[in-house]
Design a protein around this ligand. Structure first.
Ligand code: NAP
Length: 295
């Protein structure tokens, strides 16, 4: 068997068309342009690339993008002051602070300072809590993107054995919570594995749907999965550079061996990555729309 490739690039394109329509409607009917502020502290090359991609995506869709680049040694109080200003800026509907932050800054304190109504990353505890109890809220972009990839490629989660490898707050845990919800894109039986799990293969072999987010290439290999599994590879690992100096990216799954057994699989790049950005755009438009309701 050779797997169907689930293209995040194509699905993200489809969603962008829908978002563009929503933005046009907001502008036409309400004179409202959604606005996103991205805050980058320091000069980490990967973070710079991510922020740049978000800015480009805003510009392509007609979202106002305010990119703020702060020096590595900025004081935590100054960063909190800036967040407060953005919370009160009526042209900004979404605020994203690019993680990780330098060590001298308390990440939790910064994320808690963002107005939950502008928390388009879905990391504020108010939004996390609402997500867990199944209330309407901003869903974190990567987990939401994983759900959209599955549902838009016709993969049913209801009653499925879903196995997640990786328990981070930004990927594994929210994916677990979303898959558990009593609604069409959920209703799965979910197992969450991590570094203390006794026998990962035992679980990965049972999976109908396998979602991997560990940050290590080849965490899952062909001998660890069963025929017909659907695999979502969240991982992004830089393993070198091409002769033109471009980063060589691989996921957390050994693509070549796993694709021989899987029914469907996401590639890296071109799988979850484009979905994360488009879900951020979707949340920003939703934040602008919510503001109309709150007026
Ligand atoms: P993280 O915070 O480092 O968490 C990794 C998790 O994986 C931890 O829970 C860890 O277990 C577990 N783990 C690591 N090695 C393992 C192994 N060999 N077997 C079982 N579990 C293992 O990472 P993250 O932020 O969730 O990111 C994970 C990956 O997704 C990274 O490659 C990252 O670049 C990528 N990512 C991609 C996107 C995107 O848009 N495409 C977005 C976010 C993240 P313990 O808890 O026991 O340590």
């Amino acid at each position: 068997m050779s797997a169907k490739i689930i293209s995040g690039t194509e699905i993200a394109k489809e969603i962008r068309v829908e978002i563009k329509q929503e933005i046009a409607e907001l502008k036409e009917k309400h004179g409202l342009t959604p606005g996103l502020a991205t805050v980058l502290v320091g000069d980490d090359p990967a973070s710079r690339v991510y922020v740049g991609q978000k800015d480009k995506s805003c510009n392509n869709l007609g979202i106002y993008s305010k990119m703020i680049n702060l020096p590595e040694d900025i004081a935590e109080e100054d960063l909190l002051k800036l967040i407060d200003e953005l919370n009160n800026d009526s042209s900004i509907h979404g605020i994203l602070v690019q993680l990780p932050l330098p060590e001298h800054i308390n990440e939790t304190r910064v994320l808690y300072a963002i107005d939950p109504n502008k928390d388009v990353d879905g990391f504020h505890p108010v939004n996390v809590g609402k997500m867990v109890i199944g209330e309407k809220c901003f869903l974190p972009c990567t987990p939401h993107g994983v759900l959209e990839l599955l549902s838009r490629s016709g993969v049913k989660t209801e009653g499925a054995e879903v196995v997640i490898v990786g328990r981070s707050n930004i990927v594994g845990k929210p994916v677990l919570n979303l898959m558990l919800q009593k609604r069409p894109a959920g209703n799965a039986t979910v197992t969450l594995c991590h570094t203390r799990t006794k026998d990962i293969s035992f679980h990965t072999k049972r999976a109908d749907i396998l979602i991997v987010a560990t940050g290590h290439p080849k965490t899952v290999t062909g001998d660890m999965v069963s025929e017909g599994v659907v695999v979502i590879d969240v991982g992004v690992n830089r393993i070198g550079k091409t002769s033109e100096g471009k980063a060589i990216l691989v996921g957390d799954v050994e693509f070549d061996s796993v694709k021989e057994k899987a029914a469907a699989i996401t590639p890296v790049p071109g799988g979850v990555g484009p979905m994360t950005i488009v879900m951020l755009m979707k949340n920003t438009v939703e934040a602008a729309r919510n503001k109309l309701v709150r007026k």
